[in-house]
Ligand binder design. Sequence first.
Ligand code: GLC
Length: 736
Amino acid sequence: MTDKELQELLKKMSLKEKVNQMLQVTGGFFDGHQVAMGPMKEKGFSDENVALAGSVIGSMGAEKLKKIQKEYMENHPHKIPLLFMMDVINGFKTIFPIPLAQGATFEPELSERCAAAAAKEASVSGLHVTFAPMVDLVRDARWGRVMESTGEDPYLNCLFSEAMVKGFQGEDLKEPYHVAACVKHFAGYGAPTAGRDYNTVELSKHTLKEFYLPSYKAGIDAGAAMVMTSFNTIEGIPATGNKWLMRDVLRDEMGFDGVLISDWAAIEEIIYHGYCADRKEAAVRAAKAGVDIDMMTGIYSENMCSLVEEGVISESLIDESVYRILELKNKLGLFENPYKDADEEKEKELILCQEHRNLAREAARKSFVLLKNDSVLPLKKWKNTAVIGPYVDNRNLMGAWSFIGETKDTATLREAMTERGFAQEVTFCQGSPILDPGMKLEGFTETQGQEVSQEECEKMLQEAVKAAKDAETVILAVGEDRLQSGEATSNANIQIPAIQMELVRRVSQVNDKVIVVLFSGRPLDIREISEKAQAVLQVWMPGTEGARAIVDVLTGEYNPTGKLPMSFPYCVGQVPVHYNEYSTGRPHVPGKDKDRFRSKYLDIPNAPLYPFGFGLSYTRFAVSPIELSHETMNKNETIQAVVKVKNVGEVKGTETVQLYIHDVAASVVRPVKELKNFCKVTLEPGEEQTVTFMITEKDLQFLTENDRWESEPGEFEVFVGTDSSVVNCAKFVLVK
Ligand code: GLC
C-alpha cells in the first residue's frame, strides 16, 4: 500500500475499529483456547474487541497462524491483517547461546548471523515481530534478566544492539525471512534497586542518558521497527505513562517514529505503581505518553472511545498510533500478502537445519570464557576421566527465554562425549541433583522441582566421591538451573545451589585435577569454585549445540576466545560492580593507600573476582607498551595507538585486544576507563602482529555539563590490553 492508501484506510475506519488496532491479545482467543469472558472479561476483553484486535502475542506455526489470519480477515470490516509477535530472544527452534553469552564473543557480527537464522525460522513459522533485542545495560548480577542482555558496557551493548536489529530485520522487512525487531525495555529496566526485578529504578537523568540510553538508540538508529516500554519508573513516573521519557526523549531526541508497545499488562500496572487512580486514567496517561499497543490488557479497548467522545483524548492521538501500526503492517507487506513467509514446507526445511546447528555450535564455542587454567586444559588424555555433575545428562542448556526450543533437539554432555568416542574411557555420574531439596522453580511453560531425598543426595555424593577417587581427572559439570536466571528470578545469593557446592567440595578433596564446566545465566560468586578447581570454563546457557561445543573446547579442538561482558563479583556484597566506575575523591589503590580513609571495604577487595573483558586462552599473549602517533590532537585530527601483540605460548590462539580511554578531568566526572574499541588477532605460536587503533574526537565525546555529547580539551589516558584491569597506558592531550 502507498502512504496515501494507508491514510485513506485510516479515514474509513470507525473509532472502535481504530482503538482495537491498539489491542494485543494472546492467540488463544483465536484458536478456541481462550474466551473473552470470566477473568478475561474483567481484564476488559470482549468478543467484539478481540475480533478487531490489531495483533497477537505468543502463537506460532505456519499452519496455525495462516488459519487464524484467514478467519480473522474474513471477518474484519476492512480486511486489515493481524501482526503475529513473540519472544524470539536467542533463537526460535535452533537455540543460540543466551545474549549475555553472545556478548562474551565480542563478535557482534556473529550475533547478527544468529539473529538472521532465528528470523528465518520464526518467519516461516508465521511470525512477523520478535520482542528482541533486549538491550538493557546491566551491572547487578542479583537481577536474573542480565542473561538477556549483552552486559555492562555501553559501547559493546551498542554494537550488539545494532547487529541484532540488522540480523532480525535485514535490509527490507518485505523480503522473505525477516522479522521486525523490538528494542526493549525502554528505559533503564536493567537497574532495579537491589537487583530485585520490577523494582524501582533510581537513575539520575545524566546517568540514564550517558550509560543506559545509548544501546536503545543504537537499535533505533539501526532501524528497529518497535520499542517496548519497561515496567519500572524513571524519576518516579512509570515508563509506560512517562511523557518525558516517551515523547521528549524517545520520539523527539532519539527520533523514533515506529511502534511503541507496552510490556505485558504494563498499562494496567501504572495503576499499581500508584500513578493512576483507575483504568480510565491509565488509558489517558499511556496514550498521552504515546504507547501505541496495549499488550494484554483491555484498558485501551474499554476506555478510549468514551475518552475521545468526552474530549479527554483527541482522536488525532488515536490516529497517530493506529497509523504507526498500519505502517508496520505495510512495511512487512502484509496488505499484499497477509501470510508473509508462513510455509509448512519451509518450516520442515529450515528449522534446526544443519547450517543453523553449525552456527549455534560456533556461537557457543566463541561464547565460553576460560577463567582459570592451571595447565590442565586442553584435556589431551580422556582415559580415566570422571565426568560428574547434574549437567552430565541435562538436556536443557537453552536458557529461560527459549520456551520454543525443545530439549529433544539438544545433546547432553554425555551424548556429546560419547559421539567423540570417549564413552569407553570416561565414567559418568550425576553426583547431585541440580537443585537443593525442596527448591521449586517456575518457567513460562514448565516447573522444575527437586524431589531427591537427603538420603538419595548422600548416596549420589558418595558415588561421585568414589568416581573422583578412581579417576585421574574430573570434569565437574555444575551450575545454575536454566530457570534460575531470566524474568522474575532475582537472587540475593548468587552462588550455585548448596548441594552442588557440597559436590565440588567433596570431589576436590579426593582429586587434584578438577575442571569445572560452569553453567549459568549470570555472573556468580565463584570464589570457592575457583579456589578448589584447577580450571574453570564459564559456558553460560550455551544453546542447542552447547554440549558439543563444550567438548570442542575441552579437547582443544577450539581454543577458547570468550571475554567477560559483565564482571564476576568477588561476592554478592560487592554488587553492583562494573569496570567503568568513577574514581571517587578517595580512590583506593591496593597497597598504595597512605591512610585508611579511602573508598574501599574492610573485608573484601574492590576489584571483582574476574573483570570485564577477561578471558584466558590455551596460549599466552604479550602486548607491548603503547606507541602514540602524536602527543596532542585537535578535534579534527586522529591519533594512532599502536601495540605489538605476540603469541608467546605453544598453540595457535585468538586474543581480543581492547582499547580503553580515561578522560582525566572533565565538566562531569568520567569513568576510570571506557571501552572504545577492540580487535581480535589470531596468531600462531611465536607470531607477532602490529595492532593499530585510530582514536578520533568522537571516541572522546561524553555527555557534558551542557547535556550535549561533545569532547572537552584536556589530558587523556589510553589503555591497551586484554581486559579492563589493564595498566599498559599512554597519555595525550586534546587541544582546543
Ligand atoms: C515479559 C517481558 C518482556 C516480554 C513480554 C512478552 O513480561 O518483560 O521482555 O517481551 O513479557 O512476553
